[in-house]
Design a protein around this ligand. Structure first.
Ligand code: ZN
Length: 306
């Protein structure tokens, strides 16, 4: 009897092993395409359009600053094994450009901003553009179009599915765009000023009617100086600004220095809250999605400035 039990257990084990192996193999033969995205925002976009037909990895998690990000050995392996690479471009991932160039020789390596017309971009210096396009939801719709096109080209057999997901997601983006606009409109006009640590909200401000001011420039690579702190302090006092914002991917030390400086001059500024600028929240939470991130930022800004 004992012997029969033992053989039964072995048979079940062997069976389970076989099932395990075959599902693993199925995943590969099912035709899932392996996509590596740089930022969480891009990864989220690919998941929404690709659905069940894609396997997405985002290299940069919550709190990670893409301007400073350098690919690790592990990242290079991940990029090497991908079928397709999607990145922001416009020099957002300033320290990864050589890798994109190398990978581009082997596989589709696509900047999601590549189809946005230059006249819709903000030129910072000659030939250099603000990369933070995801904060104008209408520009992000164009990035969605580029992702949809890339997935269909790579994997035409699921074209219908991608197209359907894309159209459904565009509807959500249209709703989001309207939500942001109507919420920002509730802030008194004189208070529609958004002061943050680095200049990530230029497109947001232009699209929804806020004046935007950052302590640090567009790029966090260059350090801010004491003159920047004093200039921003004077700006806050002159314009009677009551709240400024910290960002999850940038140190809040600089913003605290500005607040201290204003306080010494008798002007009280509070931290209006924490905004997601160049990275999203934890995966699995609402703020870990693009839609949730933009809503969170909007609500935080409106609550502090209203
Ligand atoms: Zn940035």
């Amino acid at each position: 009897m004992k012997f029969i039990w033992k053989s039964l257990v072995s048979v079940v084990l062997v069976f389970l092993l076989l099932v395990g192996c075959s599902t693993e193999k199925d995943n590969q033969t099912e035709g899932k395409i392996v996509v590596v995205a740089t930022t969480g925002m891009i990864g989220d976009l690919v998941e929404n359009i690709g659905g069940e037909h894609v396997e997405v990895t985002s290299l940069m998690g919550p709190g990670v600053d893409p301007h400073l990000y350098k690919a690790t050995q592990g990242d290079v392996k991940t990029l090497d094994e991908a079928d397709m690479i999607l990145y922001n471009g416009l020099h957002l991932e300033g320290k990864m450009e050589e890798i994109f160039e190398q990978m581009g020789k082997q596989k589709p390596t696509i900047a999601v901003t590549q189809d946005i017309a230059k006249e819709n971009l903000h030129e910072v210096k000659v030939g250099e553009y603000d990369p933070h396009i995801w904060f104008d939801v209408t520009l992000w719709m164009q990035a969605a179009h580029t992702v949809n096109k890339a997935l269909i080209k790579e994997n035409p057999e699921h074209q219908e599915s991608y197209q359907k997901n894309y159209e459904a997601y565009i509807k959500k983006l249209e709703e989001l765009h309207k939500y942001v606009q109507s919420e920002i409109n509730t802030i008194p006009e004189s208070q529609r000023v958004l002061v943050t640590a680095h200049d990530a909200f230029g497109y947001f401000g232009a699209a929804y009617g806020l004046e935007v001011k950052g302590l640090q420039g567009m790029n966090t690579v260059s350090e801010y100086g004491s003159k920047d702190v004093i200039d921003l302090r004077n700006y806050l006092i002159k314009n009677e600004i009551k709240a400024i914002f910290i960002e999850t991917s940038v140190s809040k030390k600089a913003i605290e220095a500005v607040i201290q400086g204003a306080k010494k001059q008798g002007h009280t500024v509070k931290i209006g809250g924490e905004l997601f600028s160049d990275a999203m929240g934890e995966k699995g939470t609402e703020k870990g999605t693009y839609l949730g991130m933009v809503r969170h930022n909007t609500d935080t800004i409106v609550n502090a400035l209203k």
